[in-house]
Design a protein around this ligand. Sequence first.
Ligand code: RIB
Length: 307
Amino acid sequence: MTASRILVIGSANIDLVAHAPHCVRPGESLIGRAFETVCGGKGANQAVAAARLGASTYFAGCVGNDAFGEMQRRSLAEAGVDVSHLKSHPNKPTGTALICVADDGQNSIVVVPSANLELRPADIDAVGALFAEMDAVLLQLEIPLDTVQAALDMARRYGVVSILDAGPAQAVPEAIVRAADVVSPNETEAEAMTGITVDSIEHAREAAEALSDLGAREVVIKLGAQGALYHGHETFHVPAFRVSPVDTTAAGDAFTAALALNWRSLPRREALRVANAVGALATTAAGAQPSMPTRDAVERFLMDAQQ
Ligand code: RIB
């Protein structure tokens, strides 16, 4: 793992998490066994993950002027993330995510973005000077798409690598796909972008090719327990590490943060292998930000995996 400077631009939510035997089905009422209020949001999760992995990390986002916003600001700062570009909106509440975590570790999530939608393109202009100093800029899709576009364009202008975590699942304008240096969806996000159901490594390869046809330069598809697929100047699959998951929430965020950290310094195959390790470790603890592993934990895990 290498030292880097990472700017994360994205969402910050508070996750309202119910632990239940399975994810609730339409029309079903279910008795849960525990409830937790946890810091989450794809952007903030990725910032916490990058900081725990040793990157100098900067976060630009928007929370509400409320207790949840304070909780999020504290969590980011405690992880060592620079929060000087985290806005507090006077009227809009902090974003929330209603999450059900099933006993097998799988989850379902409904996000209510609220204040996250107040991160505007003008805010990207305000952090412009930071871009020049970064090794990578990391984005997701829980903030307005015109803000994502502005940030990707800014990254291109400054010649800094941009990585787009394409979550949550939605149709993404081609201009955004073209503007990112690396596009990284999971299976459902890849399907929303290409129409191809990604239920195998072969279908992931087809979806990656479809994303290239849309103008993506390099593609990394996150395949959960199947690992990850790279498509760019070559195409290859990197298998996952075997762990016993307790909560898969934010494992993709952990993966993408690790990818950003190592993108410039490691060969692609190795960057995906380390990202798989970070994602796997994140599934072994409950909660989004609390589950992000430290650099030491990842190095120990990789060492053990070699023996
Ligand atoms: O990727 C997991 C995250 O998605 C959760 O923390 C939730 O807040 C949603 O943004």
